[in-house]
Design a protein around this ligand. Structure first.
Ligand code: HAM
Length: 435
């Protein structure tokens, strides 16, 4: 490298930068999500940006651990940039024993995964995580799903996206009922989880490679094609349910869930979809994802029930249910639907100093307005009148305060409404009250 090239250091693949307008748009979306979540009584928490690597070895699953940014720090510890927040939360719940239950938490944080950067998948991204701890009831499942559905509403995505819901216990039961060995079930679920990434033949072959007969592989294929509105799909699923306690319990839960979703008024945005499995290892029952209805994009949200994770951290038995929405797919979908905010900056007042001599007065007036809560800019570069006017236009100033010697001689300034172009002389004594 030589000359200019030495300084041309590009940002890393899969890492984004946001200009002010882009940041503002993102914050506006996050704010809309916060409003929904807070209206249900979820409270915001904060979590570390670096964790001991061991935290993810417990139950996040091999694939996620392989994707982490992990390294040895200067103290010789193996540390990881969090790829997700669920293990951190499990630890927090375990360590704060006196929290009132149910514990309802949310947060917006950055996460890192060393994935192949592509549409909707980056190496650094935001997630909003929303979880309820200490409650195993179907009410909690329904409330979590209702929050997710309400977020879609608040972002004007109720027509564009839908929740796809399943239960891992239900799937395990159904698969076992076809005489498929228990030891194979987990691996079959992993293949189902990857189904969307392959064609039918590849799917069948992968199942056969696990030891399934062609016949049984086809059964699993048909099973995972079952999806639709609860009322239509439930009877189909009922026919497949084996005479086993676990599966019957899971089916009962799903049936009751339908009623609860109706109570929350979100059933119309939910589908039962037997192909939803979730890649993370800690889910124990309900699982769900949100997809765009056209099916062009990756999942924009994933979650479910994970009743064992806190115990795995040596904590007390604490059922949990929750989900995370990622910002990357959300932005793609909102842009496609034309509902991503188009942000422009506005400035309440630009205080223009006609010459260097009146700069102190301009600064004083600007401070007065800032103290009243207005967004105010003044010249920093000694620009002339015309250039300051141009700048005031570029920053969309709503008002202009022109500070010049002649006006000041009469204890006045000129105030201009930039929209109408109207100008007015304002006495300095009245200035503070004018705005
Ligand atoms: P997840 O499915 O791994 O679940 O991620 C949730 C969402 O985060 C995905 O649906 C996607 O929108 C976004 N996401 C994941 N990886 C990436 C990436 N590389 N680039 C951009 N966006 C991504 C979890 O993380 C669970 N911890 C969620 C949860 C909370 N379960 C219970 N509580």
């Amino acid at each position: 490298m030589s000359g200019e090239d030495e300084y041309r250091i590009q940002n890393l693949k899969g890492f984004r930068e946001f200009l002010p307008e882009e940041s503002k748009a993102r914050n506006e979306v996050f704010e809309k999500i916060s409003e929904v979540v807070e209206s249900y009584g979820f409270r915001e928490i904060g979590t570390p940006s670096l964790e001991p690597m061991d935290l993810y070895l417990i139950k996040s699953g091999e694939e996620l651990v392989e994707q982490t940014y992990s390294f040895e720090d200067k103290g010789g510890r193996q540390v990881t940039l969090p790829p997700e927040e669920t293990p951190t939360r499990a630890r927090m719940v375990k360590e704060n024993k006196d929290l009132t239950k149910p514990i309802k938490w949310y947060s917006f944080s950055k996460f890192w995964r060393y994935e192949n950067p592509q549409k909707g998948r980056l190496r650094e991204f935001y997630q909003v995580n929303i979880d309820i701890f200490g409650e195993d009831s179907i009410n909690a499942d329904a409330e979590i799903l209702a929050v997710a559905a309400d977020i879609l509403d608040a972002l004007d995505l109720e027509e564009a996206a839908e929740l796809r819901i399943n239960d891992r216990n239900l799937m395990e039961g159904i698969i076992q009922a076809y005489g498929i060995e228990d030891s194979l079930v987990e691996e079959i679920l992993d293949v189902i989880d990857d189904k969307e990434k392959m064609d039918r033949e590849e799917f069948l072959v992968q199942l056969q490679e696990l030891g399934l007969s062609r016949e049984n592989a086809k059964v699993v294929d048909e099973l995972t094609e079952i999806r639709g509105r609860f009322e239509g799909v439930l009877p189909k699923v009922e026919n497949l349910i084996p005479d086993k306690e676990e599966s019957e319990k899971a089916f009962e839960r799903i049936k009751k869930l339908k009623g609860k979703l109706e109570q929350y008024g979100v059933l119309d945005r939910c589908k039962l979809d037997l192909s939803i499995i979730r890649g993370l290892d800690y889910y124990t029952g309900l699982v769900f994802e949100i997809f765009d209805k056209k099916g062009d994009l990756r999942a924009l949200c994933g979650g479910g029930r994970y009743n064992d994770l806190i115990q795995l951290f040596n904590g007390p038995e604490t059922p949990a249910v929750g989900f995370a929405i990622g910002d990357a797919v959300l932005e793609e979908l909102m842009k496609r639907e034309g509902v991503w905010p188009e942000e422009e900056f506005e400035t309440d007042v630009y205080v223009l100093n006609v010459s260097e001599d009146v700069r102190p007065k301009a600064v004083e007036l600007a401070n007065e307005l800032r103290a009243k809560g207005y967004v105010v800019e003044t010249d920093l570069s000694g620009r002339n009148f015309g250039n300051q006017m141009d700048y005031a236009n570029q920053i969309n100033a709503e008002n202009l305060v022109i500070v010049g010697e002649k006006d000041l001689g009469q204890d006045q300034v000129t105030v201009k409404d930039m929209d109408s172009g109207e100008e007015e002389k304002v006495n300095l004594d009245d200035f503070a009250d004018y705005f």
